[in-house]
Design a binder for this molecule. Structure first.
Ligand code: BV8
Length: 245
């Protein structure tokens, strides 16, 4: 099928015929909103730290003040961010196909701000606070300087995100894995596909016959096995894709 746009006809047909589209997003989807990805050099003070080291319970136990300050910096930065055309295109796609499962590895809440509903926050949310000791949800401590304390036990609060070495919340993992078995199109958008278990989802979808699409600026470990690769910015490609579907 030839199209008046640069989107491959096979992708347009796959989306037009799809009953259930599975969308997995990573930090690349928020990059055009000004939210640095984990791979981007962190700015200023944080440039000297490796996010993969900071986003761990061990780092928090070793220096709660440092880790809390990093998250406070990220909260201030994300609070100023707006959804970009890529977020809005994903919201629109969900209105155009019978069923969409949207799993995001991002913790910035921008999909929800763009109007997406039923977003599965696979790695939690930056603006949620939990007691480090009990794991219970706590009122958001905002951007306090010092590490806030749990009102119940006096332990430290921590951001409600999933750190490396921590298990994915059961409800999110169950929802994400259940949808893999019955999607007919799987879209991996703006993720380096190196963080597990999310990095393994595309293969699961392909194994049951789904058409796998990747939208990314660069090649990733997934690229060689995807059926259709669109190289470029998600904020530019996705709106064009929506116009063609
Ligand atoms: C777990 C929240 C059980 C915190 C994050 C199997 C094999 C190997 C290792 C493991 C494995 N199973 C588990 C592990 C360990 C670990 C892991 O995967 N490690 C990796 C580093 C090898 N996984 C875990 O610990 C997970 N838990 O599995 O529990 C267990 C535990 C221990 C051992 C075994 C089993 C929990 C992982 C969750 C970590 N938390 N976030 C916070 O945000 O502070 S992950 C965090 O990093 C992000 O959420 C993101 O998903 C990830 C990577 O960050 P980025 O690189 O920035 O983002 P992304 O990957 O999305 O890459 C950006 C991409 O966008 C790039 O490709 C770029 O080209 C592209 N891009 C940029 N701009 C654009 C663009 N694309 C399009 N348009 C653009 N404009």
């Amino acid at each position: 099928m030839t199209t008046s746009c640069d989107i491959p006809g096979a992708l347009i047909s796959a989306l037009r015929d799809a009953r259930h589209v599975y969308i997995l997003t990573g930090a690349g989807v928020s990059a055009e909103s000004g939210v640095p990805t984990f791979r981007d050099a962190q700015e200023g003070l944080w440039a000297q730290y490796d996010p993969l080291q900071l986003a761990t319970p061990e780092a928090f136990l070793a220096d709660p003040e440092l880790v809390w300050r990093w998250y406070r910096w990220r909260r201030e930065l994300v609070a100023k961010a707006e959804p970009n055309p890529g977020h809005y295109a994903i919201t629109q796609l969900a209105e155009q196909v019978p069923s969409v499962t949207l799993i995001t590895q991002n913790v910035d809440g921008l999909h929800q701000q763009a109007g997406s509903s039923d977003v599965i926050e696979f790695h939690g949310n930056l603006f949620v606070d939990r007691c480090f000791v009990e794991g219970t949800l706590q009122a958001n401590a905002g951007e306090q300087e010092a590490v806030p304390k749990c009102q119940d036990c006096g332990g430290h609060l921590r951001p409600g995100v999933v750190w490396f070495g921590e298990s994915i919340p059961t409800a999110a993992l169950d929802a994400a894995t259940a949808a893999i078995g019955n999607c007919d199109v799987f879209m991996s958008i703006g993720t380096s596909s190196v963080v597990w278990p999310a990095a393994g989802f595309a293969a699961g979808a392909a194994n049951q016959g789904a058409t796998v699409i990747e939208v990314n600026l660069e090649e990733t470990p997934l690229s060689s096995t995807t059926h259709i690769r669109l190289q470029g910015k998600s904020g530019e490609i996705l709106p064009e894709l929506i116009d063609c579907v």
